[in-house]
Design a protein around this ligand. Structure first.
Ligand SMILES: [Zn+2]
Length: 112
């Protein structure tokens, strides 16, 4: 999970869940809701077990990247830089998938 930075005081990982609908920065007391978050496509917000607000890459996106990397690996010449790059891409996407699952995001139900 990557922690959200406060736009007011630039503190990272300082937004904590509060009773109610707000998250509050523990440094400057700024409040925000999930509607205030400006995440990139493919990112989803999560809250850690300790109440810290953050975000992860959507598992659907990571699985898509792993599929693309697998195809690239299978199409690459043996022991080539392309093969290594495909393996690195697969590893990075798998790491992001693991991070989302650890944060409590469910494994997606994939349509066939
Ligand atoms: Zn702040």
């Amino acid at each position: 999970m990557l922690e959200i930075a406060c736009q007011e005081c630039a503190s990272v990982g300082s937004y904590r869940a509060t009773p109610g609908v707000f998250f509050r920065c523990l440094e400057c007391r700024r409040e925000l809701t999930t509607e205030d978050l400006d995440l990139d496509p493919g990112e989803i917000w999560v809250v850690s077990a300790t109440g810290i607000l953050g975000f992860v890459i959507d598992p659907v996106e990571s699985i898509r990247e792993m599929s693309i990397a697998t195809d690239a690996y299978l199409g690459a010449e043996c022991d080539s830089l392309d093969e290594l790059e495909a393996l690195r891409s697969f590893h990075d996407a798998a790491f992001r998938l693991q991070g989302a699952l650890k944060a409590g995001v469910p494994y997606p139900i994939m349509e066939t």
